[in-house]
Every structure is written in structure tokens, then in C-alpha cells.
Design a protein. Structure first.
Length: 201
């Protein structure tokens, strides 16, 4: 167990399946109190919570559509109500929403992809940053695609990865010196995770 995580409060968006579920369970295994966010996968979210609590950990779940402009604040409020603080935010919610060549991409699909993968990161970060600053610090971890580095294949999520990485880099300035930011870039190989801890300016 990593003692420095014991008792810390972690909010994982998109925490019901895939990478988010494993991240949530890992934090729980190291003694963190975990809020598992989900949208449609309620049964999966409950399974993650059960996996944590069955081993003596602490976890709850919260529902919300991260593309809905009103939801990030509500999800964060629910986390604060449950645990009283937020020490780590994992912006993991995201997805392809289908594969299309750029020439066939509609404005509507582009907006949805950007809302899910980029706007949600901005929204959650914007809401949680002042909370962390009042607490004396915190950590924000943004997951994105390796396509941010190599351009991806057909239907890759355009410039989303770069936008997410840019949001992380924004914290590398003196005004947010008490909040650390990390970008985790994942690829098709589930073992391929590139971590970039953004240095301070």
C-alpha cells in the first residue's frame, strides 16, 4: 500500500469501465476514498464500488453526463458531500463516438467529440482547482490518447489529445503551483501508457 494515498479522496470520471475502472480500483487498493463516476454503465460502476469495498476500501458512485453543462459541478458537489474534499481528480471520461474519416465528419459529431473529450476536462478542472487550492494542493490526472502524439488512424479524436495536454500544461505556472498535473496517453495496446508530468514554469 502507498501510505501517501491512504485517506485521500479521488474522483475518477468514466470510472465504471476500462482504464477508469482499473484506476479507481487501484486507488481504492491503496487506501484512497474513491468516487466512481459513470453515465450509462450503472451495473459496471456498482461492480467497481463493490470490488473496492469488499477489500475494506471506501467508495461511492455518482451518475452524470459529462457533456451536459450542468453536470460537472453537480458531480463534484456530490463528491464533496460524500467525502468532504477532493485530493485527486482523474479526468478519464471520453470516447471516440464512432470512427469517421475527417472528410465525412459532421459539425454535430465534432461538437460531441470535443464536448466529451476536451470540454469535460476543462469543466472538471475549472471546478475542482479552487477547491484544491483552498485545501492546500491536489493532483489532476488527465487521460488522453497516444493519437495526441502520433496523429492516430482513421477516426482519431482529432486535436482532442492536444487540447487535453494543453489543459494540463496550463497548470505549469506560478499561479497554480500547489496543483500538480499529469497527462496519461494510452494506445491500442492496453499496456501502453505514456505519462507526462508537466513541469512548473
Amino acid at each position: 500500500m502507498l501510505d501517501d494515498l491512504k485517506g485521500k479522496v479521488v474522483l475518477v470520471t468514466g470510472g465504471s469501465t476500462g482504464i477508469g475502472a482499473e484506476v479507481a480500483k487501484s486507488f481504492g487498493a491503496h487506501g484512497a476514498k474513491v468516487m466512481v463516476h459513470y453515465n450509462a454503465s450503472e451495473a459496471d460502476a456498482k461492480a467497481v464500488v463493490d470490488a473496492i469495498t469488499s477489500k475494506g476500501g471506501t467508495a461511492q458512485m455518482v451518475k452524470g453526463d459529462v457533456m451536459d453543462r450542468s453536470q460537472p459541478a453537480k458531480i463534484i458537489a456530490a463528491t464533496l458531500k460524500a467525502f468532504g474534499r477532493i485530493d485527486v481528480l482523474v479526468n478519464n471520461a471520453g470516447g471516440m463516438l464512432g470512427r469517421k474519416p475527417l472528410a465525412e465528419l459532421t459539425d454535430e459529431q465534432y461538437d460531441k467529440v470535443m464536448d466529451l473529450n476536451a470540454w469535460s476536462v476543462l469543466a472538471f478542472t475549472r471546478e475542482v482547482a479552487p477547491i484544491m487550492q483552498k485545501q492546500g494542493g491536489g493532483n489532476i490526472i488527465n487521460t488522453t490518447s497516444i493519437a495526441a502524439r502520433n496523429g492516430g488512424g482513421g477516426g482519431a479524436v482529432l486535436g482532442v489529445g492536444g487540447a487535453v495536454a494543453g489543459t494540463s500544461r496550463n497548470w505549469a505556472n506560478p499561479g497554480t503551483a500547489d496543483i500538480a498535473a499529469t497527462t496519461a496517453s494510452t494506445g491500442r495496446n492496453p499496456r501502453m501508457i505514456v505519462l507526462h508530468r508537466h513541469p512548473r514554469a
